[in-house]
Design a protein around this ligand. Structure first.
Ligand code: KG4
Ligand code: ZN
Length: 377
C-alpha cells in the first residue's frame, strides 16, 4: 500500500511503503526497555544495519530492569548506536526516506531517549517522522527477509504482552485474546528467578529445559476465556513443586557433595551444575507453556479460518515453542517466526513496521506512552 507522509519543514509529500515506486530506506530507533537499538531497512524487508546495545549486564545485578538506570544508559549509548547503524549500512542521513521511533508501550524514560533522537533526525534532515507501536513492530519482524503477507494469525509473546492477533491486513488487526495476568516472558522470568537462575531467566530456562524430561511433572493448563491466557496459576504450581522438591534436592546434593551456588557470590555458576530436579522443572514448565499456547492458537486458526501463523516477541526465540509451532507445517499450515535476533527487541522490526503498517503516529508532537492494549494507536 502507498502512503503519503510529509517532510517536517518543507512539507514535501513523500510516498512510503509498497508501491511507492522507488526504494525506501527507513532508519528506526528502539529504546522501549533495556536495549538501545538503531537499524536501517530497505523496503521493509532488507536489513542494511542492525545495531543493538544491550543493558542486560547492568540490570542482571539487580535481578530486573531498573527504569532510571535504563534511561541513563540509553542516553550514553544512543549516539554511538546511531553512528554505527549509518556506518554499517554505508548510507548518509540525507539519503534516508523517513526516520522512525518506538512511541510505546515501554518505560517512559527509556522511550523518550530513542523517540526524541528519531524526531530530531527527521527535523534536522527534513524527512517524514513515523512513530511506531512496539507490539505492532514485533509482529512486523516477520516481514524481514521473507515475502510474508497478511492475512495471518500472530501469536505475540514478549516480556510484557501475550496476545493472539488476527492480522487481516496492514491496516486491520483484531486482538482475539490476551493474558489476564502475567505475560509469557514475565512467567518465564519469574519461574527462572524462583529456581535461582540469573536475570533474564527466559533464555537460560529454555537452555536447561532441553536436557530435562518435559513429562516429569504434570503442571496445570489454565482454562480461561476462549483465546485468553492466564499464567499466574502455573507460576504458583511451580513454586509449590519447587518447595516440595527442595527437601529431596538438598538430600541429593549432600549425597553427591554438589552445589548450584558459587560459594563466593551465591549466584548460579554453570548450567551443568543444576540438579536434575531443577532441569526437569524447567522442561515441564516449558512443556506446559508451549502446549497452552499451541492449543489456543490452533483453535483460533481453525475457528477463524486462517492457514498462516506467525510468532512474534522475545519469547518467540524459545526452542520448544518454535518446535511445536513449526510442526503445524505437517498439518498444512504456513508458519513463520523471525530470526532469533529479530525476536527480542531490535530496531529493524520498527523500521519494517514504519514501512508496512498504516497504524502509525505521524505527528512529530506524539508523546510516549507506557501501557496500551493492543496494536492500535
Ligand atoms: O520482546 P522482548 O525482547 O521485550 C519485551 O518487549 O518485553 O522480550 C523479552 C522477554 C523476556 O521475558 C525474556 O526472558 C524472554 O523474552 N525470552 C525468552 C527467550 N528469549 C527471550 N523466554 C523463553 N525462552 C527464550 N529462549
Ligand atoms: Zn519487545
Amino acid at each position: 500500500m502507498k502512503r503519503i507522509k510529509k517532510t517536517l519543514f518543507s512539507e514535501k509529500p513523500i510516498n512510503i511503503g509498497e508501491n511507492s515506486g522507488y526504494d525506501n530506506y527507513i532508519m528506526a530507533i528502539e529504546s522501549s526497555c533495556d536495549e538501545t537499538a538503531c537499524s536501517i531497512v530497505k523496503n521493509g524487508r532488507e536489513v542494511l544495519s542492525n545495531v543493538v546495545a544491550s543493558q542486560i549486564k547492568t540490570h542482571a545485578k539487580y535481578g530486573g530492569v531498573i527504569p532510571e538506570i535504563a534511561a541513563r544508559e540509553h542516553l550514553e549509548a544512543i549516539n554511538i548506536v546511531i553512528e554505527e547503524a549509518f556506518e554499517q549500512a554505508h548510507i548518509k542521513p540525507q539519503d534516508i526516506t523517513a526516520f522512525a521511533g518506538t512511541v510505546g508501550p515501554g518505560l517512559v524514560g527509556s522511550l523518550l531517549v530513542g523517540l526524541n533522537a528519531a524526531k530530531t533526525l527527521s527535523l534536522i534532515y527534513d524527512k517524514p517522522f513515523i512513530g511506531v507501536n512496539h507490539l505492532n513492530a514485533h509482529v512486523c519482524a516477520n516481514y524481514i527477509d521473507t515475502d510474508l503477507k497478511p492475512p495471518f494469525i500472530a501469536l505475540l509473546i514478549s516480556g510484557g504482552h501475550t496476545q493472539i492477533i488476527e492480522v487481516k491486513s496492514h491496516s486491520e488487526q483484531n486482538i482475539l485474546g490476551e493474558t489476564i495476568d502475567d505475560a509469557v516472558g514475565e512467567a518465564y522470568d519469574k519461574v527462572a528467578r524462583l529456581i535461582g537462575l540469573p536475570y533474564p531467566g527466559g533464555p537460560l530456562l529454555d537452555k536447561l529445559a532441553k536436557d530435562g524430561n518435559r513429562f516429569a511433572y504434570k503442571l496445570p493448563i489454565s482454562k480461561v476465556g476462549e483465546y485468553d491466557f492466564s499464567f499466574s496459576g502455573l507460576k504458583t504450581a511451580v513454586l509449590r513443586l519447587v518447595q516440595s522438591l527442595e527437601g529431596e534436592e538438598v538430600k541429593s546434593k549432600k549425597e553427591k557433595g554438589k552445589s548450584n551456588q558459587d560459594p563466593q557470590n551465591h549466584s548460579p555458576v554453570h548450567p551443568f551444575t543444576y540438579s536434575p530436579y531443577t532441569i526437569n522443572v524447567c522442561a515441564s514448565f516449558q512443556e506446559t507453556v508451549s502446549e497452552t499456547l499451541l492449543i489456543k492458537v490452533k483453535s483460533a486458526l481453525k475457528e477463524k479460518g486462517y492457514n498462516q501463523i506467525v510468532l512474534a516477541g522475545g519469547v518467540a526465540a524459545n526452542s520448544e515453542i518454535r518446535r511445536k509451532f513449526f510442526e503445524l507445517e505437517n498439518q498444512g499450515y504456513k508458519v513463520n517466526a523471525p530470526a532469533m535476533k529479530y525476536c527480542t527487541d531490535n530496531a529493524a522490526m520498527v523500521a519494517s513496521c514504519a514501512y508496512f503498517s498504516t497504524n502509525t503516529f505521524d505527528d512529530v508532537d506524539v508523546e510516549v506512552f507506557s501501557r496500551v492494549k493492543g496494536l492500535k494507536k
